[in-house]
Design a protein. Structure first.
Lengths: 567, 277
């Protein structure tokens, strides 16, 4: 594979982090980085009448790990529909909603995405996650270890040992080579393992007697003190239950007072809010809580969300929230896989089909779009489908076209369940995203939220991750020709990763290996020693593995890159 | 027009004949068909390497008929997703014959392997020999079995015939293997021969009639009545039958008709009957 220098000429550039909105300009690449001046003897790419954006960044997409693999095992009928034969360059693979690792990498790159984060990895099983991430070609990636139900952390909170807890979180991030603190249904997965449900932020977790509010607050405080690049990544309690928008707002509100000294950067990322933004009291009158959540976000700057938009069709749901998956299994009657990870968390997998005619599914579809359209600041709302929970990531072009075109929303709104249509406010929303805003919600905002300062923009010094789409913004009106937008975003004309052209006209032409990012929090030597003596005894008591086998050596990863805390 | 394909050079590689549907061949010359590429093992190879293609046009007839002559045990997906026309296999067929077929007719002179007519939507398949397992079943992991059309097997079938079936008719003149109509949701199965048992496990709808001997019945079925005929929707069969309903584990409404004359060991259930018919 040859790293070429490139001159990309006359593209229409959308680069929100550098405030470039549709300017016609040249981009120069030397040695895998973007530079200011034209490069001699470089390959010329004519991007005239094409959209040039930074490579896409996906903050929340379940692409690797044990539960994804369980999903692969239990969905032969999903793979069978979608077979990708091998070519001279790429490997064979299958998969619609839970593709194989190779197909995952290829499909992301075909859409112009170059960075993907796996958002839920039980620390004990992160070795497997890294093995799969290493087999995901081209894209840069990382994973978020799950900490919201960790016995050690809950014990520290009960015993009020803040310093030990902080050191443990730092040690855990480094030990499993994770990127951010992920909290899934804080306390609720553990409670469900005891046959109980957590329905409120102040309800104590059985046996530990700590509340979800304490877990979120402690981890948020620790995260801020460790100066991790990404805020805590929270999947709230009461997922998917009617009326849970209150829990979502309460979760965001619970850490509001800590936001004072972070110069306006969000300190909490609430994920797939479509699933946690429902109003109503039962499945019969479930409605959209999106206006209330959007209102809260418009008034408060300390929180950000990703949407988790659903796309109608067949998919596989998988979360670390075991209790939610059990609920979904009871609702749908579909096959169900469940797992408990010792000391740490649980997980579940249920195949699901979102139907237009189904009232609840139609409301879900509306909630996601309402959220994206009602939150005024696109820097704090990220476009995801929570792949594969809301729909496979290959449906992103559809979601983009819904955001960009009222006409396309109207068209689908006419086909969904009529009661849902009456109760949703989506039909009255006139806002349409511009390409500039789309560049924000699909790459710039996510790179900024992840603290990847060298990604998500096209300024000098940034990684040369560039997506070029065959769409002429002068001629195509996205609000009318939404099908052209969909087509353009489905197959990028060029995807450039670190200065290498990896995809041309939607076909993979090179398959380099991407990096795996992980965070190395500052941890003084003496606190590491006291931590080791502190937890090694507990480790023997609680775990079935030795502590030495638990830690993942950096050499175990194919292409690791440590990120220093930067906030 | 009739295309005759003679399998002159048998291969040990698995052949994927799914491109050979009547719609795809319509209007093509024999030479063009011979140049079509199919998967043989992992490579795409021209049909002419294995088949002699001959076109017999008979006047104005636009009806496309494909006749394949030879032992095609290793040829999978014959008539896959076909929508109309006719296919005839003179010899044996392989796995996935008539998979997800929507219309038309497939006739096989010999035996076929497993997954025949899996996920079938319409049309008809006639097998003169026997069929393997999972006749008219769903694809592995899927809940969408056969939902329309007719499969007739003059020989016997293997296990799990009609699994997850939703509609249509399976008519077996010989015997059936265990787990006939497992998870069945609709449609009807008629077995003229014997059946070892575990019929209709987990069924929630549909009708199954066994005219021969049936070894046992799952305890999750309730005896409903004694009937003078088995009503399978499209077909009615005369004779004395015990009718059972179930599977009660799934709160099912399925019906199983078991021949009264052939199965005297089911007489125990008569004491549970409320009234005689």
């Amino acid at each position: 594979m040859k790293m070429r220098d490139l001159n990309i000429r006359n593209g229409v550039v959308y680069d929100p982090l550098n405030r470039i909105d549709g300017e016609r300009m040249d981009i120069y690449v030397r040695g895998g980085r973007i530079v200011e001046t034209p490069v001699k003897d470089a390959e010329e790419i004519n991007a005239s009448h094409m959209v040039v954006m930074p490579g896409g960044v996906d903050i929340h997409s379940h692409i690797a790990g044990t539960k994804v693999n369980v999903g692969r095992l239990m969905r032969p009928e999903d793979h069978f529909k979608d077979v990708l034969p091998r070519t001279g360059i790429r490997r064979a693979g299958v998969g619609h909603s839970v593709p194989t690792t190779y197909v995952t990498g290829y499909r992301y790159v075909e859409m112009g995405y170059t960075t993907v984060f796996e958002p839920a990895s039980p620390p004990l099983k992160t070795r497997h996650t890294h093995e799969e991430l290493d087999e995901t070609p081209i894209v840069d990636k990382g994973c978020f270890p799950l900490m919201g139900n960790n016995w050690f952390i809950m014990d520290y909170i009960r015993e009020n040992k803040y310093e030990e807890c902080r050191d443990y979180v730092a040690w855990l991030l480094e030990a499993v080579k994770g990127y951010a603190v992920k909290i899934v249904n804080p306390g609720g997965v553990e409670a469900w393992a005891w046959g109980k449900y957590i329905t409120h932020l102040d309800e104590p977790v059985p046996r530990f007697e700590v509340t979800p509010r304490e877990i979120i607050r402690w981890l948020c405080r620790i995260n801020l003190e460790l100066k991790n690049p990404h805020p805590i990544h929270v999947h709230t309690n009461n997922m998917a239950k009617p009326g849970n928008y209150e829990t979502t707002i309460e979760t965001m509100d619970s850490v509001k007072d800590m936001a004072s000294n972070t110069d306006g950067k969000p300190i909490i990322h609430v994920t797939h809010v479509q699933f946690t933004g429902r109003s109503g009291t039962s499945w019969v009158n479930v409605g959209s809580g999106a206006p209330e959540i959007a209102d809260y976000l418009n008034k408060n700057r300390h929180a950000e969300i990703d949407v988790g938009q659903i796309v109608f069709g067949d998919t596989t749901t998988m979360t670390a929230d075991g209790s939610f998956q059990f609920l979904l299994h009871l609702l749908s009657g579909n096959k169900w896989a469940n797992s408990d990870v010792e000391v740490e968390t649980g997980a579940g997998v249920v195949p699901f089909r979102y139907r237009r005619g189904n009232y609840v599914n139609a409301v879900q579809w509306g909630i996601g779009l309402e959220l994206a359209l009602l939150v005024k600041d696109p820097w704090r709302v990220h476009m995801t489908t929570d792949h594969p929970n809301g729909g496979p990531f290959t449906e992103y072009p559809k979601v983009i076209s819904w955001l960009m075109s009222k006409k396309s929303r109207k068209r689908l709104l006419g086909k969904i369940n009529s009661t849902a249509r009456r109760r949703l406010t989506l039909g009255d929303i006139d806002r349409e995203y511009s390409l500039y805003e789309v560049a924000m919600v699909t790459r710039a905002a996510q790179a900024r939220s992840l603290g990847l300062t060298w990604k998500g923009h096209l300024g000098p010094g940034a990684d040369a991750d560039i997506a070029i789409y065959n769409l002429n913004p002068k001629q195509v009106d996205p609000s009318k020709d939404y099908l052209k937008v969909r087509k353009a975003f489905k197959k990028a004309a060029y995807t450039i990763k670190d200065g290498v052209i990896v995809c041309k006209d939607g076909e993979i032409v090179e398959t380099p290996l991407g990096r795996t990012y992980w965070v190395k929090p500052p941890l003084p030597e003496e606190s590491l020693e006291s931590l080791a003596s502190n937890i090694s005894g507990r480790f023997k008591e609680y775990y079935t593995v030795e502590m030495d086998n638990y830690v993942i050596d950096e050499g175990y990863l194919a292409n690791p890159q440590a990120v220093a805390p930067a906030r | 027009m009739e295309y005759v394909l003679k399998y002159y050079k048998p291969t040990r590689l698995p052949l994927d004949l799914s491109p050979l549907s009547p719609e795809a061949l319509e209007g093509k010359s024999a030479g063009e068909v011979a140049e079509m590429k199919v998967y043989a093992g992992k490579r795409m190879i021209e049909l002419s390497r294995f088949f002699n293609v001959e076109l017999r046009a008979s006047g104005e007839d636009q009806h496309v008929k494909i006749t394949i002559v030879g032992d095609l045990r290793n040829a999978r997906r014959i008539g896959c997703e076909m929508k109309g026309g006719e296919m005839r296999v003179v010899g044996n067929g392989g796995i996935y014959l008539g998979e997800r077929m929507k219309g038309g007719v497939i006739t096989v002179e010999g035996d076929v392997d497993s997954w025949t007519g899996s996920g079938m939507r319409g049309g008809s398949i006639t097998i003169n020999g026997s069929a393997g397992d999972f006749l008219g079943a769903s694809y592995r992991g899927s809940r969408e079995g056969m939902s329309g059309g007719v499969i007739q097997v003059n020989g016997s079938i293997g296990c799990e015939g009609g699994a997850w079936m939703k509609g249509g008719l399976i008519h077996v003149k010989g015997s059936a293997g265990p787990f006939l109509g497992v998870h069945m949701q609709g449609g009807s199965i008629l077995v003229e021969g014997n059946c070892p048992g575990r019929v209709g496990a987990g069924m929630i709808g549909g009708r199954i009639a066994v005219l021969g001997k049936m070894l046992n019945l799952l305890p999750s079925f309730t005896v409903d009545s004694v009937r003078t005929h088995a009503d399978l929707g499209a077909v009615k069969v005369e004779g004395g039958f015990y009718m059972f309903t179930g599977d009660n584990n799934e709160q099912g409404q399925g019906r199983i008709y078991v021949s009264k004359d052939e199965n005297p060991h089911f007489a125990w259930c008569e004491k549970y009957l409320g009234r005689w018919e």
